[in-house]
Design a protein around this ligand. Structure first.
Ligand code: CAA
Length: 381
């Protein structure tokens, strides 16, 4: 049975999340873009409404949202501001490895506090020398007797400066590549952790992004998720879950650019008529609308497959690549329709174009998604 209709509950979630995006996020998006300040107050309000940490199962105090519910929320929050939503989604990205690979005891210990209090988390996978080639990470997790010892540097870590919890991937021996990788929960206040300065970025300016260095950091043995060497599978399954959320964020950004463009095209007059009367503009807007809806359908299917307990690796990559690439095109075309005004910070589409770029890069570039798709087609199916 196929239905393209959201349930009554999903319609209500969407309405609530969109109201929050329009009332709390959108009016503040330019301000935070300008200041680069971390939007703690807005994230906290989202948490109070139950819009954060949507991956936490109900038995650990979470809302028990499905993956489809979560992508609906991600799209709406990104409609409000792609940059703020990056920080919000990064919490799920960091908590998912615990949901996927943690024991019951670890889930109670690490997930439940996020449902009781507003807290921030970071997913520490990428390194200065290993982004796309995640299997080649060099950070080590060595057995130190009654604890593990972590050494190495992580890069581009979202939320790092504000995090209450890190999930870190490291290896017992880099030569083993993915077979040596483990995942471990680390308290960011542990001795030996050094935070880099916030990165100066093109967009997503209010999202806190830093390098984090680990110097002989002692971590309790009970913080390892699964067994030593389970980290790679946990990371890949996490990305299968999180890529639809990121793809949904691209849909939210695209829908926002589309809505601004339609409104502007109806008002702006050239050659004595609104520019919406010119076929050149109509065709651009038609393409923008078509791609936004196509991306939303892919995102929904990638999320729905997970909710059915099915593998979604290929669909998650279709959704991530298509939605991110479409969002970039749509935001670029939005600037084009706005003309000179679009290039100015006075109008919102300039920020949308800068923010869209990152979605083609993080959580696996658009090229890596195509690599995953090709591997699924040629070697795994
Ligand atoms: N689920 C389960 N297992 C999987 C899997 C999946 N989705 N994908 C791969 N595997 C398994 C394979 O079956 C294989 O297992 P065996 O050894 O048993 O055969 C193993 O993993 C290795 O797979 P590959 O040979 O495909 O590995 P690779 O090294 O050639 O490439 C890759 C893997 C897909 C390119 C991976 O490195 C990747 O996803 N890279 C991108 C990294 C990424 O997305 N980083 C994002 C960082 S987080 C971030 O950006 C957050 C932020 O800022 C907000």
């Amino acid at each position: 049975m196929i239905s393209f209709e959201y349930s009554q509950e999903q319609k209500e979630i969407r309405e609530m999340a969109m109201k929050f995006a329009k009332n709390e996020m959108q009016p503040n998006a330019a301000k935070y873009d300008e200041s680069g300040e971390f939007p703690t107050d807005i994230m906290k309000k989202a948490w109070e409404l139950g819009l954060l940490n949507t991956c936490i199962p109900a038995e650990y105090g979470g809302t028990g949202f499905t993956t489809v519910d979560s992508v609906i929320i991600s799209e709406c929050l990104s409609y409000g501001c792609m940059g703020m939503n990056t920080g919000m989604m990064a919490n799920d990205l960091a908590l998912l490895p615990i949901v996927i690979g943690g024991s019951d005891e670890q889930k109670k210990k690490f997930l439940t506090p996020f449902t009781e209090e507003f807290k921030i988390a970071s997913f520490c996978l990428t390194e200065p020398g290993n982004g796309s080639d995640a299997g080649g990470i060099k950070t080590t997790i060595k057995d130190g007797g009654d604890h593990y010892i972590v050494n190495g540097q992580k890069m581009w870590i979202t939320n790092a400066g504000f995090a209450d919890l890190f999930v870190l991937y490291g290896t017992s021996d880099p030569e083993l590549r993915h077979k040596g990788i483990s995942a471990i929960v680390i308290d960011p206040k542990s001795e030996g952790i050094e935070l880099g300065a916030p990165e100066k970025k093109m967009g997503h300016k209010c999202s806190d992004t830093r390098a984090v260095t680990f110097n002989n950091v002692k971590v309790p043995k009970e913080n390892m998720l699964g067994n030593p060497g389970d980290g790679w599978k946990i990371a890949m399954k996490t990305l299968d879950h999180s890529r639809p959320l990121v793809a949904a964020s691209a849909v939210g950004g695209a829908q926002c650019a589309l809505d601004h463009t339609i409104e502007y095209a109806k008002e702006r007059k050239q050659f004595n008529i609104p520019i919406s009367g010119h076929q050149a503009v109509q065709f651009m807007v038609a393409n923008m609308a078509m791609k936004t809806e196509a991306a939303r359908l892919l995102v929904t299917k990638a999320a729905w497959l997970l909710d059915q307990g099915q593998s979604n690796t290929q669909l998650a990559s279709y959704a991530k690549a298509f939605a991110a690439d479409s969002c970039m095109e749509i935001c670029t075309d939005a600037v084009q329709v706005f003309g000179g005004y679009g290039y100015s910070k006075e109008y919102p589409v300039e920020k949308l174009m800068r923010d869209a770029k990152l979605i083609q890069i993080y959580e696996g570039t658009s090229q890596i998604q195509r690599l995953v798709i090709a591997k699924e087609i040629f070697t795994r199916s």
